[in-house]
Design a protein around this ligand. Structure first.
Ligand code: MRU
Length: 354
């Protein structure tokens, strides 16, 4: 399993995904601004992974705070929360992680400053460890929808690299493979940053799962020809009504899947469900530098100099196109997602079975 991020000896080590698969290099972040820059520049990316990175960045910043008491400490750490929240807007995981760390230190007001510093390190590490366990559970539920011999289409990268490990969309594939099912994966290249070509293809090859790379615009033809059995993608934020924001190109894929009667699954850990957002229209959508569109990997120009370009990084898939949302607690109809925020919900009564 590829590790995207780790806390080692008081430093944050991240695998530089912007260089993959050509170079496997690690960045040692010695302060939180390096972590924030890593998130902005997609050195670490994928919703759960940037949530973990934000938490580790905060824990790192905490170690350098000189404060006499917990009140001073809380004041000093506030700008670090803001810095992390300003990195990328679409994935809810950053604000989820920030809120979780805020809550834990608020509940420990009587703790010494050095105690608070240790608590933040432990909490950031727990976020990572829990994420791996969550992904394995998503894998077990999701594998029920995969049959022996299936061809699965995926978009962008929702694999180990995008998480603490194991991935969300890739987890059902890994479990199905371990169950002895023969599967193959079709990976959309995912313009403009090529997460499918550079990252998903790389990861699945390491796992010995047969993978075939296609251009994004090939997906519709394969769906129409009956060459795809199911689609599984990740999500950056799932709204209360079951709408999902994910990498640009996910929405057209969902419409083409419906048109061709191919089930369209979204793998969504609870940490990426935003119960406070009513619908997908309210999810903030990141727009990145046009240079990612006019240049391949920021290096090779592919358009006339000075041409206007737009780079909308995510789109919203309305819940009506989503067959099921696969979480660590089971797979659910998107319209049942709102019920999951209730304390006493009977999960068995709303869980989808194959
Ligand atoms: O811009 P990225 O590479 O961070 O976009 C990532 C995605 O869109 C993933 O599908 C999503 O974050 C889910 S990762 C488990």
């Amino acid at each position: 399993m590829v590790k995207s991020i780790e806390w080692v000896d008081g430093k944050v080590i991240m695998l530089d995904q912007s260089k993959l698969p050509f170079e496997v290099t690690y960045i040692t972040c010695t302060d939180y601004l390096m972590v924030a820059e890593g998130i902005r520049k997609l050195r670490i990316r994928g919703a759960p992974a940037i949530g973990i990175a934000a938490a580790m960045g905060i824990a790192l910043a905490a170690q350098d705070i000189h404060a006499r008491n917990s009140a001073q400490f809380m004041k000093a750490i506030e700008p670090v929360f803001h810095e992390m929240l300003s990195t990328r807007p679409t994935a809810v995981n950053i604000s989820w992680a920030v809120e979780r760390l805020k809550k834990v230190i608020k509940s420990k007001r009587d703790e010494s400053v050095s105690g608070l510093k240790q608590i933040l390190i432990r909490e950031a590490q727990s976020i990572l460890d829990e994420d791996i366990a969550v992904n394995k559970a998503i894998g077990r539920w999701g594998a029920e929808f995969i049959k022996d011999g299936d061809t699965i289409l995926t978009h962008c990268n929702a694999g180990s690299l995008a998480t603490g490990g194991y991935g969300t969309a890739t987890a059902p594939m890994l479990v199905a493979r371990d169950q002895g099912k023969k599967i193959q994966v079709i990976a959309d290249e995912t313009r403009p940053v090529l997460q499918g070509a550079r990252l998903t293809a790389w990861e699945l090859m390491q796992e010995n799962i047969p993978v075939t790379l296609i251009t994004d615009s090939t997906a519709g033809s394969l769906l129409r020809r009956g060459e795809i059995d199911l689609v599984i993608v990740g999500t950056d934020r799932t709204a209360r009504n079951g709408d999902v924001a994910n990498k640009i190109g996910t929405y057209p894929l969902s419409v083409l899947s419906r048109e061709n009667k191919v089930p369209f699954y979204v793998a969504a850990p609870f940490s990426s469900i935003d119960f406070s957002t009513a619908s997908g229209d309210r999810i903030p959508i990141e727009e990145r530098s046009p240079e990612e569109v006019t240049h391949i990997l920021g290096i090779y120009p592919i358009a006339p100099k000075g041409v206007k370009a737009r780079n909308i990084a995510f789109d919203v898939t309305p819940h009506k196109y989503v067959t099921a949302i696969i979480t660590e607690k089971g797979a659910f109809k998107p319209t049942d997602i709102r019920k999951l925020s209730r304390q006493n919900v009977d999960l068995d009564s709303i869980r989808l079975k194959r």
